[in-house]
Design a protein around this ligand. Structure first.
Ligand SMILES: Nc1ncnc2c1ncn2[C@@H]1O[C@H](COP(=O)(O)OP(=O)(O)OP(=O)(O)O)[C@@H](O)[C@H]1O
Ligand SMILES: [Mg+2]
Length: 232
């Protein structure tokens, strides 16, 4: 089980032409016993950027990231790809399903990449699709699904290979209250079942209330414990 994520003096900025927008300028934080942790923050404060750094999709300009003692910020591209494939499940804010693959094949992909045997693979795909109420739509392509249905597939895909860490970016943004609850419960129950750590970024206090720990990311790129009465 993944226990500890440490961020040391993280600096990150987006550069566009001659303009530079600083998102993190010296973010340090230690997540101990992550369990399920929600990070609340205003739109544009850097939540998706933070998840991209934790998954190794982006690299900090300066600073170090340790996951259970492994310095992922020092990994080369191959090491990062292997780390992600084995240990991380991501629910992207924009879903990122593979458009040329059916729902079923989108879910089979992480299992194939991890060499899971065919019989086990089919069982697992069936199980997670049932959990998000998408079993009957497994032969559809993503473009034949509503936004909410794509999001449910994205949630199912993030947990199908039983990763150690699930990073979820507004995983209920396109869902009605009931589907949203089912999606969050799927992620949370899988956490309980296989002991993965869950980091979820959201604007929604309702979603955050499912987590054991709630943090805030403020506009200056700092993480802190959530206090009642924060307004945005
Ligand atoms: N590829 C990019 N190039 C330039 N600027 C970017 C890029 N991606 C994000 N930004 C800017 O960086 C800031 C942080 O973006 P980020 O996507 O991390 O915010 P967020 O907290 O996830 O917001 P939201 O809640 O709206 O999803 C925003 O001001 C955004 O405009
Ligand atoms: Mg975002």
């Amino acid at each position: 089980m993944l226990r500890r994520i440490e961020l040391h003096d993280i600096h990150y900025s987006y550069v566009q032409g001659s303009a530079e927008q600083s998102i993190f300028s010296g973010l340090s934080y230690s997540f101990a016993n992550i369990g399920s942790t929600a990070i609340l923050g205003r739109s544009g404060c850097g939540k998706s950027t933070l998840l991209n750094l934790l998954s190794g999709i982006d690299r900090p300009r300066r600073g170090r990231i340790f996951i259970d003692g492994d310095e992922i910020s020092a990994f080369n591209e191959t090491q990062l790809a292997i780390y992600r494939r084995r240990n991380v499940g991501i629910v992207f804010q924009s879903f990122n399903l593979v458009p040329t693959l059916t729902v079923g094949d989108n879910l089979r992909l992480p299992l194939e990449l991890n060499d899971v045997a065919k019989k086990q693979r089919e069982h697992r795909v069936d199980e997670v699709l049932a959990r998000v109420g998408m079993r009957d739509l497994r032969e559809r392509y993503p473009e034949e699904l509503s936004g909410g249905e794509q999001q449910r597939v994205a949630v199912a895909r993030s947990v199908v290979h039983k990763p150690k860490l699930v990073l979820a970016d507004e995983p209920t943004g396109s869902l009605d209250a009931q589907s949203g609850m089912r999606a969050i419960e799927l992620i949370r129950d899988t956490a309980a079942e296989i002991g993965h750590a869950l980091l979820i970024v959201t604007h929604s206090r309702a979603v955050a209330s499912y987590a054991d720990t709630v943090l805030t990311l403020d506009d200056s790129g700092q993480l802190a414990g959530y206090r009642e009465g924060i307004a945005w």
